[in-house]
Design a protein around this ligand. Sequence first.
Ligand code: SF4
Length: 488
Amino acid sequence: MAEFPIDRAVALLEEEVKGLQAPVVDLVAAQTRDPFRILVATILSARTRDEVTAAACRRLFKRVAAPEDLEALRVDELEKVIYPVGFYRSKAKHLARLPAALREYFQGRIPDDVESLVRLPGVGRKTANLVVAVAFNKPAVCVDTHVHRIMNIWGYVKTKTPLETETVLRQKLPRKYWIRINSLLVAFGQAVCKPVRPHCDRCVLFDICPRIGVTPRRPPKTQARRVRQTMTRKNVKKLVSWNVNGLRAALQKGFVDVFRELDADVVALQEIKVSPDQLPDDVVKMDGYASYWYPAGRKGYSGTAVFTRLEPVQVIYGLDNHDFDQEGRALTLEFDDFYLVNLYFPNAQPGLKRLDFKIAFNRAVHAFLGRLAGRKSVVACGDFNVAHKPIDLANPKANEQNPGYSARERAWMDEVVAAGYVDTFRKFNQEPGQYTWWTYRFNARSRNIGWRIDYFLVDPASEGRVVNAAIHGDITGSDHCPISIGFK
Ligand code: SF4
């Protein structure tokens, strides 16, 4: 494939964005050249829609003009002022600690380089790069989700994470575009090249864009029919979760036919063991669906993906923890009125060798779900790699010391349920012998010697939104079977 013509694209986009809404941090920068306000706006903007960030900035800047003003506000007051920005509790704590950190490290001044900025509370590389570029007009490559996504659509980079994209762009993107590229692609990504069904039909880059991994905006007839079917279900969304134990292997066993039969609105996959560039195009771009991928750094191992007919507001890759995130174990899609958190929990391994790692992952997940549940409904699904109760496996006594049923793993499930999360399957079905995983050995599946280790949990306030839950034990293609819920 010919190299993507980046100069032409940037020139066309410079014209295009003149008619588009500027990203919120640029608006703050245009109104005030104050690095402190730009830093605060950038911290607030992470994982938050621009209109929400803009409103929070307006409220906050009425009371806060300089770092010392932040110290006059208690954390709970700060929380109220900035709510409902994403992760407002953590951000309030970070803002409260900001003045002291600025005094301690930088004599109260806002530093103008990335390495210094990342020493401040709540400031990661993306925030630091954006502050350097927007507040100080110095070359820095800020890679937010739009930059990462669109650069891959163009084939200008072939990367799995924003950090990898930043590294590649530092090497190949002409330096003259470093400052502008984030603003251009955020504005363009919000209005035209949207995460789901971008407006290719009216895009100025149509002739030069290879549209890698893009689902066309105009739905094919089959999708239109499915959308109508979904509507007749009175807006009950069908959500499916399935550990496919290697998507390439599952494809050989009829995955595509099963996928179509399931006719779900969202399909969350675990243990995909593949990245999208290793798959045929018609799988990555399944008719009527957008897909999101979070493969592990190690090839052929772990990883998660989500196919969706619903347009997400944002996609969150990982748990902000390098050890877990390099295994691609948590992929979250935020929709208008709920979060779908797709999880692939680690296996504790024979001899419980990886139990500590697993429990640390479990705790990080629990904390993450708690933060999300403060904002809207949370649906957490996936392979939890634990049978909770004796009813959830064929041979509980024999497995009490084994991975997947050890005391600490079950105790963690107890904690989550005690916190109010609802095991949706057990809300509707108390029967024994309901399993989602069977070892390939000993004819276990035909004898139903299995474990129920795949779950859909919902947060305490959302139980009433679950209208059904099912285990699709007749579907083969993996050592796990799919599970689903109806969610209104
Ligand atoms: S042609 Fe489509 S995929 Fe390519 S940049 Fe434009 S909107 Fe995005």
